[in-house]
Design a protein around this ligand. Structure first.
Ligand code: G4P
Ligand code: NA
Ligand code: NA
Length: 190
């Protein structure tokens, strides 16, 4: 998605060889006009997959997931990373390992909102090692729901996420694929 790549070049900051900051339009301040275009692009790519639900993990996946779901006219579920006051029983949960933080996060989705009839589109802001997507796939499998693919805003292509997911047969569509990062340097694949 050219407009996204242009914006990454304009405002993204490579904090190291591993981490890209896009706080000005995605991870802290959100540009709804740009994120709506992301949603339209995910909806276009996955339009023939008969999606019934969009799923993401809080918090930064929510904005692109909402706009995708709006375009597809389906609900969006965001998996919780923190214990909720109201969401305490009938949960599907999965432990998501973070390589950067070296900790496990438990993500949860109520069993009321996901079932065996659902065709689920996974959306997330970043794809690194693919652990969050793997957790969402695990939750789909507990619900016997059918995952139809994963839409990713920014893929860090040198990390293992895409290949791990493709080996599992997941259709991964990333709007921007980054080949290399370094301080002051951002290079895209293709
Ligand atoms: P890892 O596999 O490389 O260890 O990373 P992991 O998926 O555990 O990601 C940890 C958090 O960092 C996730 O957000 C993820 O979206 C984010 N993240 C990973 N790489 C980058 C990057 O290069 N830039 C930015 N901006 N974020 C990155 P989270 O903790 O779940 O937070 P949030 O969704 O509430 O923002
Ligand atoms: Na994030
Ligand atoms: Na995320």
């Amino acid at each position: 998605m050219k407009e996204l790549k242009d914006r990454i070049l304009k405002e993204g900051q490579a904090l190291s060889k591993e981490v890209l900051s896009v706080d000005s339009f995605l991870n802290h301040q959100v540009d709804p006009v740009l994120v709506q275009k992301m949603g339209k692009e995910f909806a276009r790519y996955f339009k023939d997959k008969h999606v019934t639900k969009v799923i993401t993990v809080e918090s930064s996946g929510i904005a692109p997931a909402i706009f995708t779901a709006l375009e597809l006219n389906v609900p969006v579920i965001f998996a919780r990373k923190h214990k909720s006051l109201t969401l305490t029983t009938d949960l599907y949960t999965s432990d998501v390992y973070s390589y950067t933080k070296e900790t496990f996060n438990t993500i949860s989705v109520s069993s009321h909102y996901l079932n065996e009839w659902d065709r689920v589109l996974i959306i997330d802001d970043f794809l690194a090692n693919g652990q969050a997507v793997k957790g969402m796939l695990n939750i789909c499998s507990q619900a016997k729901a059918q995952p139809v693919g994963a839409g990713i805003v920014i893929e860090k292509s040198w990390q293992k996420g895409r290949s791990m997911l493709e080996e599992q047969g997941v259709d991964v569509y990333s709007l921007a694929r980054i080949q290399e990062l370094d301080e002051g340097k951002i290079e895209f694949l293709d």
